[in-house]
Design a protein around this ligand. Sequence first.
Ligand SMILES: Nc1ncnc2c1ncn2[C@@H]1O[C@H](COP(=O)(O)OP(=O)(O)OP(=O)(O)O)[C@@H](O)[C@H]1O
Ligand SMILES: [Mg+2]
Length: 584
Amino acid sequence: MTTAPATIRRITGTLVEAGPLPAAGLYELALVGEHRLLGEVIRVQGSIATLQVYEDTNGLAAGEPVISSGRPLEIELGPGLLGAILDGLGRPLPDLARTLGDFLVAGGETSTLDQERRWHFEPGVIPGQVVGPGDVIGTVEERPGWPHRILVPPGRGGTVLQAAAGDFTVREPVVRLTDGGTLALSHRWRVRAPRPSALRLPDDRPFLTGQRIFDFLFPVAEGGTVAVPGGFGTGKTVIEQSLAKWADADIIVYIGCGERGNEMAEVLNEFPALTDPRTGRSLMDRTIMVVNTSNMPVAAREASVYLGITLAEYYRDQGYRVALMADSLSRWAEALREISARLSEMPGEEGYPTYLASRLGTFYERAGRVRCLGAPEREGALTLITAISPPGGDFSEPVTQACLRVAGAVWALDPSLAHQRQFPAVDWETSYSEYLNRTLPWFEQEAGAGWGDARRRLLELLQRGRELKEIAALVGPDALQDEDRLILDSARLLRELVLAQSAYSPTDASSPVGKTLALARLALALHDAARTALGAGRVFERLDFAPARRALIALREAGADAWPAAVPGVEAAVALMARGEAVR
Ligand SMILES: Nc1ncnc2c1ncn2[C@@H]1O[C@H](COP(=O)(O)OP(=O)(O)OP(=O)(O)O)[C@@H](O)[C@H]1O
Ligand SMILES: [Mg+2]
C-alpha cells in the first residue's frame, strides 16, 4: 500500500500542519516545503503531524511537500567542536555566514563539524580487544593540551579487528570491528536525550568560581546547578563571563540566548576576544558557544539549550569538568511559551505551558558529577549556571519560581546593590546553597581550618548590621551605642572589602580560596580588635580604622601569588587596634 506524499495543510507562524504522516514520531525531523526547511514534529494527531519549523516560514505555502526524516534532532559530536560558534541547531555561524551570506538564508544545511579536515588519531585499543559503550578507543589532539578522547558511542561495541594511527576526517572509519562494523572520530546524538553515564557521584566537591561571595557564602558543587535571577543590568552576564574565565573548569559551553540582537552581537564580539588567564591563549580554545541570533525563530532557541547541554555531556563523558552557562533561560522559557500558545495548549501561569517546571527539571537533571561510561575509569562533571531575567526584576514570576525550585543554589541579584555599584550584586539574604554542608569539609581542608566558622560569623555580622541600619534610620546613627556603631561599620567593611569584587580588577578578578579566607578572617579579626579596644575604654569616634582598611585593600588587590605577603601588614594593623593604639 502506498500513501500519498505528505504536504503542508496549514501554516501558523512557524507551526506547520502536514499530512498524511501516519508514522511520524514525536521530535522527529522533517524537511518542509520546496526549500526544505528544517522542522520538528511536536504533535501527532491521526495522520496529521504538527511541525515546528526552525527557520523563517515566510513564503511557505500550503500544498508544498513535507519529507519525514525518521530521525530526531541530532548533533554530530567529534573533534573540532572546541572554539566553534554554533547556532541553535548546531550549524557553525561563521560557516553559515560564509556560505550563505551575512543574512542567514532559510534551509541552509551545513554540518557541525568540518568534513574535510583531517585529525591525527592515536589508537588506544588493539586488535582482539573487546570494546563497549563509552570506551576510549583513542585520542586526537583537538587543541594543544586538550586531548579529545574518541568514545565508543553509547549502545555500540564489539571486538576490534583493526585500529591504526593515521590522519582521518571525522566520518572515516578509524577502528574496524570483527562484525564488520566501524567506529569513526565522530558520532551523532539526539539532543533531547541525556547521554548515559556509569554512576552518579556525590556532590561534595566545590566548583571553584574564584568569586569570593560564591565560594565563601553560596558555594556550588562540581556537577551542581545554580540559578542566577536578576533584573535588568544587575550583572548576570558579567558573572557568567567571569565564571567562564576563572572558574575551575576544563571546558566551557556558553549558550547565548538573548532577546536583543545587539546583545548577541556583543557576546559574539567580546567572548572570542577574552583570554584564558591560565594559558594566555584565547578562551575560545576550550569554549563552545551556542548562540541564538535574533533572526532565528523561537523554535531554534527552544532547541539550543538541549544542543548546548549535549555538547557539555559529550566532553563530560571524555572525563572533563565542564561548565555550562546559559544566559538567559528566561528567553528559552519564552520560546516554549510561544510554541505552546501556537499549539493552543491550555496555558498555565502567565501563559507559560503547565509543563514548564518539569521541562526545566529534566534539563537541570542533566547536570552532575559522574563516573563516565566505559574504560578506562574516569570522572567527569557538568556544572550548570543559568541566568534568569525576570521581567521587571520580579522573582515571583513563573520562570524564576520554577528555577528556584529545581536549582541547587541560587545567587539572587539585587538591583539596589547594583545601583550602589556593589558587585557581584548578590543579595545574601535571599541567596542560598544546598551544597554548603557537603562542600564544607573540602574548604576546611584545602582553604584552611576556620572556613565554616568565619562564614557563619560574617553572615551574623551582616545580619546584625542590616538590623542596626534600620534602627539607625529611625533614631539616627548617633543614638546608637559604640558597640552597635562598630557593628554597622564592620558590616559595611565586610561588604565593601570582602564580598565586593570587581570583574575588571587585573589582580582581584579571581580570588583563590586561601585569599578569600584570609580576607574574611582578618576583617573579622579587625572587628574583634576594635571591640577589645572599646572594652578597654576607647571611644568609637576616636578609633582609627584607616591603616587597617588600607592594609585590607592591599591584601584584596594583591594577585593570586602575591597575597600571602600582604597578610602581615593587616595583622600588624589589627594588633595595633587590639592594643588600643589605633586612635586618632
Ligand atoms: N563583578 C562586577 N564588577 C564590576 N562591574 C560589574 C560587575 N558586575 C556587573 N558590573 C557592571 O554592571 C553592568 C551590567 O552588568 P551585566 O551586563 O552583566 O548585567 P545583566 O544582568 O546581564 O543585564 P541585562 O539584563 O541587560 O542582560 C556591567 O556593564 C558592569 O559595568
Ligand atoms: Mg546580560
